[in-house]
Design a protein around this ligand. Structure first.
Ligand SMILES: Nc1ncnc2c1ncn2[C@@H]1O[C@H](COP(=O)(O)OP(=O)(O)OP(=O)(O)O)[C@@H](O)[C@H]1O
Ligand SMILES: O=P(O)(O)OC[C@H]1O[C@](O)(CO)[C@@H](O)[C@@H]1O
Length: 439
C-alpha cells in the first residue's frame, strides 16, 4: 500500500475557472452527472476501504484522484495548443490513442491546433530539425486500422531543456506523451524543466507497453492484443512438436523483466508444459533441473511445449550490452535454451526434434484488437479531460475499475511483475503441471 499521501497528489497548473464546453453536450443529453466529484477518491487497498466503511472521512484517506470530465477547466480551448508524441517500442493501439486524443480535443473541447511530433522525443529537438505534422480529424481518419504509430517513434536520450525550448517556441500548452517507463521518466524531466521556467504547460502521459509492467494501470493497452497474437506461435509450435517423434516446441516471447505475455499466451492455448519467466528463478542443470525434467517428459509422453520469456534465466547468460537509452540489453534466453536443450538430449543419446519460434516484433506491430481499441479510446478521453483541467506530471491509469490520475513519479517508482506467490502464477503451474521449483 502507498502510504505517503503527498505521493498521490497530482500537480495542477492553477484554478479551473472556465466552463467546460462539454457542459453543453451533457446538458443536451439531459445530464451533468458525468462530471467527476472532486472529493471522490479511488482507494488503494482493502485496508483503506475498511477504514472508509468505519467512517474515517474518505478525503483523509490515501487514494487516487478519479479521471473524467470536470465542469470547470483550466485551459481556454480556443487558445490551447497541443502536442502529441509517441516514444519507445511499438505497441498495438498507439494510433487509436493518437486518433482519440485528436477527436476528443477537437470535437468536444474545440481545440484548433494540434501538433504531432515525429519520431519520439527526437522530434522536439533542434538536432533533428523538429519535424512537426498538423493533426486534425481528417489527418487521423482511419489510422486506428493500422499497427505502429503514424508519428514514428525512437529510443535514445534527448535533452529536456531543448524539448522545452521547442514547446515554448511553438507556444504549446499541453504535451501528451504516449510511451513506456523510459518515456515517462523523460516526461517527468520535461515537467520539471517546465516548472523551473515557471511555464504553464501540462505534461500528461498515456502509458503504453505490451509487457504490462507499468504499475497502477491494472493492464496496459496493447498487452491483450500482443499476447493474443503470441498464441499463434504457440499453436504452430505445438502442432509441430506433436507431429514429430520426441518433438519439442520452444517459443520465445517478449518480456524483458515481466513475464505477463508468456503467462497469458500460455494459458490462452493451454498447451504449454513449461513456462519460464524472469520473476521465477530456476535451475537448468542437475537432477532436479529443467533440462532433466524436460527430457523425462519427452521420453514419457512423446512431445513437450515450452514457452519462455526473453528476460528469463538471465543468470545463465554472460554477454550483456547497453542499448541506445542506456538500458541493459538482455540477451534472448530462448535462443540460448534452444542450444542447451539440443546439447542435453544429444549427451543423453535421446533423439529430439526441436522447433523454435520467436514471433518477436510480429506481436507488437499489429493493430489493436477491439477490446484494446476501446481501452485506448477511454484512456485518451481521460488524458484529455485531465490536461484540459490543468493536471500535469501525471499519467492516466485504471485502478479498481475506475480511470484515475497517477503522478508520474509513482507510475515509474516500481515495475509490475508476475507474483510468484500470486494466483496468476498458480494458474500457470496448474495448467502446465510443471513443478513449482526446478532446483
Ligand atoms: N531515465 C530517463 N530520463 C529521461 N528520459 C528518458 C529516460 N529513459 C528514457 N528516456 C526517454 O524516453 C524515450 C523512450 O524511452 P525507452 O526507449 O526506454 O522506451 P520506453 O518508453 O521505456 O518504452 P518501451 O516500454 O517500449 O521500452 C527515450 O528516447 C528517451 O528520450
Ligand atoms: O527491439 P526494441 O525496439 O528495443 O524492443 C524490444 C523490447 O521492447 C518491448 O517490447 C517493450 O518494452 C520488450 O518486451 C522488448 O524487449
Amino acid at each position: 500500500m502507498v502510504d505517503e499521501r503527498a505521493q498521490l497528489e497530482v500537480a495542477t497548473l492553477g484554478e479551473c475557472r472556465i466552463d467546460s464546453p462539454l457542459s453543453a453536450l451533457l446538458r443536451r443529453q439531459g445530464t451533468t452527472q458525468h462530471y467527476v466529484d472532486e472529493a471522490d477518491r479511488v482507494l488503494l487497498d482493502d485496508t483503506v476501504s475498511l477504514l472508509a466503511a468505519r467512517g474515517v472521512p474518505v478525503a483523509e484517506l490515501p487514494g487516487f484522484e478519479p479521471g473524467g470530465p470536470r465542469s470547470k477547466i483550466y485551459f481556454d480551448p480556443s487558445k490551447t495548443r497541443v502536442g502529441i508524441v509517441t516514444c519507445g517500442g511499438l505497441c498495438p493501439g498507439l494510433n487509436d490513442v493518437i486518433r482519440a486524443l485528436v477527436l476528443e480535443l477537437t470535437n468536444h473541447y474545440g481545440v484548433r491546433r494540434i501538433f504531432g511530433f515525429r519520431n519520439g522525443y527526437q522530434g522536439l529537438t533542434a538536432r533533428y530539425a523538429r519535424p512537426v505534422v498538423d493533426l486534425d480529424p481528417e489527418a487521423v481518419s482511419g489510422i486506428n486500422e493500422y499497427g505502429g504509430t503514424i508519428l514514428g517513434t525512437s529510443r535514445g536520450n534527448q535533452d529536456p531543456n531543448e524539448i522545452v525550448d521547442c514547446l515554448e517556441q511553438l507556444s504549446v500548452n499541453v504535451l501528451f506523451v504516449i510511451g513506456g517507463d523510459g518515456s515517462m521518466r523523460g516526461a517527468l524531466r520535461i515537467a520539471e524543466v517546465v516548472a523551473e521556467r515557471g511555464l504553464r504547460i501540462a505534461v500528461v502521459g498515456v502509458p503504453k507497453t505490451i509487457d504490462n509492467d507499468i504499475p497502477y494501470i491494472e493492464r496496459s493497452f496493447g498487452f491483450q492484443t500482443a499476447f493474443a497474437k503470441a498464441t499463434e506461435a504457440i499453436r504452430a509450435a505445438h502442432v509441430e512438436a506433436k507431429a514429430f517423434p520426441n518433438g519439442i516446441g520452444l517459443v520465445q516471447l517478449m518480456g524483458r523483466h515481466s513475464g505477463f505475455i508468456a503467462c497469458y499466451a500460455a494459458l490462452a492455448n493451454n498447451d504449454a508444459d513449461y513456462v519460464l519467466i524472469p520473476e521465477v528463478p530456476f535451475a537448468l542443470d542437475g537432477p532436479g533441473g529443467f533440462l532433466e525434467h524436460l527430457r523425462r517428459r519427452v521420453v514419457d509422453r512423446g512431445h513437450a511445449m515450452v514457452v519462455v520469456a526473453e528476460g528469463a534465466g538471465q543468470e545463465y547468460l554472460s554477454a550483456k550490452g547497453v542499448d541506445a537509452s542506456g538500458n541493459v540489453r538482455l540477451e534472448d534466453f530462448g535462443r540460448y535454451l534452444r542450444g542447451r536443450i539440443a546439447e542435453h538430449f544429444a549427451a543423453a543419446g535421446v533423439e529430439a526434434n526441436l522447433k523454435y519460434i520467436d514471433p518477436s516484433y510480429t506481436i507488437r506491430s499489429v493493430p489493436a484488437d477491439p477490446y484494446d481499441s476501446v481501452y485506448c479510446i477511454r484512456l485518451a478521453h481521460a488524458a484529455v479531460h485531465a490536461a484540459m483541467a490543468g493536471r500535469t506530471e501525471m499519467v492516466v491509469g485504471r485502478w479498481r475499475g475506475r480511470f484515475v490520475h497517477v503522478p508520474i513519479s509513482l507510475a515509474i517508482s516500481s515495475r509490475n511483475l508476475v507474483d510468484p506467490d500470486g494466483d496468476l502464477w498458480l494458474s500457470v503451474l496448474e495448467a502446465t503441471g510443471q513443478p513449482p521449483v526446478f532446483a
